[in-house]
Design a binder for this molecule. Structure first.
Ligand code: GRF
Length: 204
């Protein structure tokens, strides 16, 4: 049976669409069981509805707290039978309780070569630092900010004339390749983590 993915997003959802396309084209054996957003107006959520996928808008209630919002997200994912949670531009740090409830089953994509430039404004951080190479990282989520074991990275050369928009666009192209590639490695199940180092196991 193919793995059931839960996608969490807050914005335009291009990484979600790249995962969806990889599934449609048979490059990734999985199904998207639920798309959740903390922002009801997120463009990615509208695209998921257009595609006929199950969706849920779960914002923080005006008088509620973050823990309450997270509990509702976890409940929705459980109800949809989700095995793997894919963060795709989800602009919230997950609590330790959330991470534990899907231990080593939460994946994130970040637009830099971690551990460089975690957190917000990764492109601006890379340009200001003056690195000549940046890229993207798909990693398993632990309790820190962009700190979990790395599954796939793809590098992008920084050109002299780059600004945040041009760099972000070139990195995004690589993100759309890296995320499905990382998921197909993870879902194949033949991998191990030693220390914080992820590696694939040989074919049986
Ligand atoms: C991507 O750059 C991703 O690396 C970061 O947030 C952005 C989401 O873009 N975590 P999209 O919503 O998938 O288009």
């Amino acid at each position: 049976m193919s793995a059931r993915l839960g996608i969490l997003l807050s914005g335009r959802g291009s990484n979600f669409l790249a995962i969806h396309q990889a599934i449609e084209e048979g490059r990734l054996s999985a199904r998207i069981a639920l798309v959740v957003s903390n922002r009801p107006q997120a463009a990615g959520l509208a695209k998921a509805r257009e595609l006929g996928l199950a969706t849920a808008a779960i914002p923080q209630a005006p008088d509620g707290d973050r823990a309450d919002q997270e509990e509702r997200v976890v409940a929705a994912l459980r109800q949809a039978g989700v095995d793997w949670v894919c963060l795709a531009g989800y602009m919230r740090l997950l609590s330790p309780a959330f991470v534990r409830s899907f231990s080593r089953r939460i994946v994130n994509i970040h637009p830099s070569l971690l551990p460089s430039f975690p957190g917000l404004d990764a492109h601006g951080q890379a340009l200001r630092h003056g690195v000549r190479v940046s890229g993207c990282t798909v990693h398993l989520v632990d309790e820190g900010m962009d700190t979990g074991p790395i599954v796939v990275q793809r590098a992008v050369t920084i050109e002299d004339g780059d600004d945040e928009a041009s760099l972000a666009a070139r990195i995004l192209e690589q993100e759309h390749r890296a995320y499905p590639e990382a998921l197909s490695r993870l879902l194949a199940g033949r991998w191990k983590i030693e220390g914080r180092r992820f590696s694939m196991l040989p074919e049986a």
